[in-house]
Design a protein. Structure first.
Length: 713
């Protein structure tokens, strides 16, 4: 899949930064072959479509942070969206009209290119992954026939034929087309969805089996050769060198130099190191390259390069490109307090990508990964280009040892990474391993290694929030606690909603402050707590969906029918009858996406906003209600916009909404009019009191106190 590296907005203009594929699309490749008097051979057609199928299958099976299927459907599979690089890599692009489970879909609205639509898509009905399977069948048929499916026709003429499921099978046009491929196309393009291949992976498997029977096991080299014959690369640079290389992981990033010149600048940077070691027997799968030791194939190398680029990481191969181990560094380029979170997510993406690459291998391509955090010394030229870096105090050795000690598919993290990432990710805290690392400046050192289990579940986050109130009391935050309690008292006394925004840097104690204040509220309110997860910003309305689940008491493992029944029951209790049906229709896709889509209007967000307002207002009418949205810096944009609209009005109910966040431009822009509490650093006396309490009231020597303040801030 063509990688998306960034998206955002500058003033009123939106942008998207995507991977550059140095090559041409499938439509241009077919046209180039025709101009040269050639056509794609059946085996190459089957290989191309099987590669596209694998990419689509990966997208179809993507899950959100809570583990729920996102149900992505591409809906625009066509030759223009299949990109072939000059080195033979096939990628599917342009998910611009793709439908995910949390995005409203209008019944009766047709999107996509008519010729490649499924009949249900052409009728404006709800589509699923089998719609993409149909499009793949049409694509393969056109390649084998070497002509369009509906030659000389366009517009409504084509649309009507697609709606009725009329298509031409290749052998009716060209008897040289293999009968097995004709049958595969017949099944993929069946009018009845139940008769098609039920997944893109099943279609890819059928094509791969046919290729094996023909003794034609094709790979990227065969496609590269064909492209070179019919559509050779156009050299645009004066010296003929490729301009497609990217900054992540290039050798000159850290090249060793014979000496450090006078104009070079030295600095130290905190980095997170992700060290991986491939497990199992590595085959020599890179054609045309002499190998002196086992290596992973070129596709795995490219995938790691793409992942490194996406996360602004530096990729190194300590034993040589494609060999047994790899190392990714986060923090040498763009620096963020969330680097440990990015590194943990990146490690999970690496394992996920390797699993996807293993589909065609006799044994899975696995890796064990170690995560450590430490310091590197860098040398930078005066012009700004980094020339090289050097690890300090064994940070590389620690990550390498953890990677070596783990099993295939396992991620081990040092205690420091664990502490910084545990709010968003779950670790095995009982089976902690003791690992000795040699090669550090201080000699052999022992480290605790925590095994990553995955993203934290809702129950785990709720349990931690409850435990937070039982921790050692806060110091120096009495005024802030009084402000929160006062806002609540006013909301209860006046029966009017109030809103607060608690802002502070990482580690300032935002969550602990809110938890302590909530413990002092009288009368005790009903609390709805939502924690925005790291990475959830990519899932539309994820925070709102979590709020609705919390409000209705919907468990994480509830089925779609159970979730819908629970939602309907709560709405019957707290929402007026005249708006109940519309509210159920608006909220249902958030908590039960596997059920059929509703016939939403184009202004779905307005209906969703009304439904959330009715739900919270109805709950607050039965007794004081506090909504606490924690870690708002990670919120998805649609949820943030909805919250901003919600908090822009006053409602005649005892409702208090508290959001806690780091300093964030998006948050401050949309919640600028909301009363805010800025958490400053504690003064020296308050810090001393906190440290003394942590040591159980013991006298803490001044040098120990200063050392703790220096390390912890």
């Amino acid at each position: 899949i063509v990688q998306v590296f960034d998206f955002g907005r500058v003033k009123q203009s939106y942008y998207i930064a995507m991977e550059f594929v140095d090559g041409l699309d499938l439509g241009r490749l077919v046209s180039a072959a025709r101009r040269s008097g050639r056509r794609l051979p059946p085996s190459l057609c089957a290989y191309l479509v099987s590669e596209v199928s694998k990419g689509l299958d990966y997208a179809h099976n993507r899950k959100d942070e809570s583990g729920a299927a996102m149900e992505i459907v591409h809906r625009d599979v066509s030759p223009q969206n299949v990109l072939c690089s000059y080195d033979g890599i096939v990628k599917i692009a342009d998910f611009g009209i793709a439908r995910a489970r949390l995005v409203s879909e209008e019944t009766g609205v047709i999107k996509g290119k008519f010729s490649y639509m499924s009949p249900e898509q052409a009728r404006g009905q709800r589509v699923d992954r089998r719609s993409d399977v149909y499009s793949l069948g049409i694509l393969l048929a056109e390649l084998l026939m070497n002509r369009p499916m509906y030659p000389g026709q366009q517009g409504m003429e084509v649309l009507e034929q697609v709606r009725e499921g009329r298509r031409t099978l290749p052998r009716s046009v060209d008897k040289s087309v293999p009968a097995e491929l004709d049958e595969i196309i017949r099944r993929a393009t069946s009018l009845d969805r139940e008769q098609r291949f039920q997944s893109a992976r099943s279609l890819a498997a059928a094509l791969t089996r046919w290729l094996h029977v023909q003794d034609e096991v094709l790979d990227a080299v065969d496609l590269e050769q064909f492209i070179g014959e019919v559509a050779p690369r156009e050299v645009t640079s004066p010296d003929g060198t490729s301009s497609s290389s990217r900054g992540a992981g290039t050798a000159d990033t850290h090249a060793s130099l014979p000496h450090v010149g006078a104009r070079e600048l030295r600095e130290r940077r905190n980095v997170v190191v992700v060290h991986g070691r491939f497990r199992g027997d590595l085959d020599d799968r890179v054609t045309g390259v002499e190998r002196t030791s086992p290596s992973v194939d070129a596709a795995a190398v490219r995938v790691l390069e793409d992942i490194a680029f996406k996360y602004h990481a530096i990729l190194d191969w300590p034993e040589g490109t494609g060999k047994r181990s790899f190392r990714l560094l986060i923090g040498l380029g763009r620096v963020s307090v969330d680097d440990p979170l990015h590194a943990t997510r990146m490690a999970m993406d690496v394992l996920d990508a390797l699993l996807g690459l293993s589909a065609d291998l006799s044994s899975p391509l696995e890796a064990s990964i170690g995560l450590s955090r430490g310091v590197v010394a860098t040398v930078r030229a005066a012009a700004g280009r980094r020339l090289r870096y050097q690890p300090v105090d064994g940070v590389f050795e620690v990550a390498r040892e953890l990677g070596d000690q783990g099993d295939g598919g396992e991620i081990l993290a040092t205690g420091e990474v664990y502490r910084l990432a545990r709010r968003a990710f779950s670790f095995d805290e009982e089976g902690v391993r003791e690992i000795t690392v040699s090669g550090t400046q201080a000699g052999p050192r022992r480290f605790r290694a925590y095994r990553l289990r995955g993203a934290r579940t809702r129950d785990e986050r709720a349990s931690e929030a409850r435990a937070m109130a039982g921790q050692i009391g806060l110091f120096g935050r009495s005024h802030e606690i009084k402000a929160i309690v006062g806002a609540y008292d006013e909301a209860v006394a006046t029966a009017k909603s109030s809103y607060l925004c608690v802002l502070g840097e990482l580690g300032a104690g935002k969550s602990a402050l809110v938890a302590a204040a909530l413990a002092e509220l009288d009368p005790p309110p009903r609390l709805l707590r939502v924690e925005c997860l790291f990475g959830s910003s990519e899932v539309p309305y994820e925070a709102v969906a979590e709020l609705v689940r919390e409000a209705c008491g919907i468990k994480e493992d509830s089925s779609g029918e159970e979730a819908r029944a629970r939602l309907a029951k709560v709405l019957r209790k707290v929402v007026r009858s005249e708006s109940r049906s519309a509210d159920l229709e608006a909220l249902e896709p958030l908590i039960a996406p596997q059920l059929k889509s509703s016939d939403d209007s184009a202004d779905h967000s307005a209906g969703l906003n009304r439904a959330v307002r009715h739900l919270l207002g109805g709950l607050a009418a039965t007794g004081p209600l506090v909504v606490w949205v924690d870690a708002l810096q990670f919120v998805d944009a649609p949820s943030l916009s909805l919250m901003a609209r919600l908090m822009a009005s006053t409602y005649e109910v005892p409702l208090m909404v508290i959001v806690s966040s780091r300093q964030d431009e998006r948050v401050e822009e949309l919640l600028g009019s909301v009363a805010r509490i800025d958490l400053a650093e504690l003064d020296d006396a308050e810090r001393r009191a906190l440290i003394t309490a942590r040591f159980g009231g013991a006298v803490v020597p001044n040098d120990i106190h200063q050392a703790i303040v220096h390390r912890a801030g």
